[in-house]
Design a binder for this molecule. Sequence first.
Ligand SMILES: Nc1ncnc2c1ncn2[C@@H]1O[C@H](COP(=O)(O)OP(=O)(O)OP(=O)(O)O)[C@@H](O)[C@H]1O
Ligand SMILES: [Mg+2]
Length: 316
Amino acid sequence: VENIMLSIVELAALLSLSKERVKQLVNDELALNPGVDIQTGTVWRIGPQTVRKLMAARNIRFPARKVATFASFKGGIGKTTISTNVAVRAASLGAKVLLIDLDPEACSTNQLVKSGGKDPIIFVDLFRENLDIRKAILPSSYRGLDVVPSALRNHSSEKIVAGMNPKRIVKDKLEGLDYNLILLELPPSFTTLTGSAYLAADLIVLPCIPSVYSLESVALTIEAIDSLAKEFEVPKKEFKVLMNEYNSARVASQQITKELLDTYKSMVFPFYIKESTDISNANNAGKSVFEIKCSKAIREDFHELTMQVCGVEVTQ
Ligand SMILES: Nc1ncnc2c1ncn2[C@@H]1O[C@H](COP(=O)(O)OP(=O)(O)OP(=O)(O)O)[C@@H](O)[C@H]1O
Ligand SMILES: [Mg+2]
C-alpha cells in the first residue's frame, strides 16, 4: 500500500529546495515537535500539517477560499475521477478541503467517506428546514478533507429548489465556511441546482476526452454557463479546459488536443491527464492514484492540476 503523505523528493520539488535541505528542515521539525505528522523509516513521509507549515515558511500559500468545479454536460469524461484525486492531493498538501457532492449517483461520497452512517443529511435537505451546511459535513477517510454527502434522493432536488434564485442556492450555503478549497461535484446535467453550483464557482474546469462529442460538449457547456451568468448578472466565470484520457499513440488524442488549443488557447491547461489503467484501477479500488501503485508521471499531472485548482500562490 502506497502512502498518501509526501515523499522528500516531492516536498523538495514543491519547495524548490534540494533533498538534503528538505531533510534538514524535516529533521528540525521532528526535533522541535516529536509528535508531528512525519514518518521516518526506509522512506520518509511528510504529513499535511508539516507540508503546510514548510510551504508557509517559504511564502507558498493556499488562498483563503476558492470554489471550483469540474463541469461537462456530457457524462463519463472523468469529472468524478479528477475531482476526487484533486481533493485527496490538496488535503495531503495541507489545504483544508470540502467536497460537496451534488450527484445523485454519489460516487465521490462512496469513495471518500467510508463511515457515513445510515441516513446522512444531504445538500438539498438543508433547504427543508433551512439548516446550516455544517450540519451535513462529514469527515472523509482523509485528514483535512471533509464531504457533504450525496444520495440517490438528490434526484428530487429540482422539486426542492424550484422557484429559488440560482444565484443564491449554493452560494449562500457556502458563506462563512473556513476551507481553502471547496469542490462542487456535479452530475452531467443542466438543472437549477447545477446551474446554481456553476454560478457559485470561482473556477470551472472542463475536462475533455479525445472524442468530437466531448469537444462539442466543452463549447456547449461554456455557452450555457455564460448565458446563465449573464441572465443572473454574475461576472463571467473563469474557465479552464483539461485534456483527459490523453494517449499520444492515438490520432484522436492529437486531433482533439490541437482543436482545443486552437479554440481555447491559454484556457487549456499545459498538461494532460493520460489514459491509464492505473487511473481506472485506482477508481475500481475506491482509492486515489496516490494510494496505489501508479506511474510517477500520472501522479505529477494530478499534482500540477491540484496546484492550479487550489490557486497556490507565492507571496512576499
Ligand atoms: N485518464 C483516465 N484513464 C483511464 N480511465 C479513465 C480516465 N479518466 C476516467 N477514466 C474512467 O472513465 C470512467 C468515467 O469516469 P468518471 O466517472 O470519473 O466520469 P464522470 O464524468 O464523473 O462521469 P458521470 O458523468 O457519469 O458522473 C470511469 O470508469 C473511470 O475509471
Ligand atoms: Mg461523475
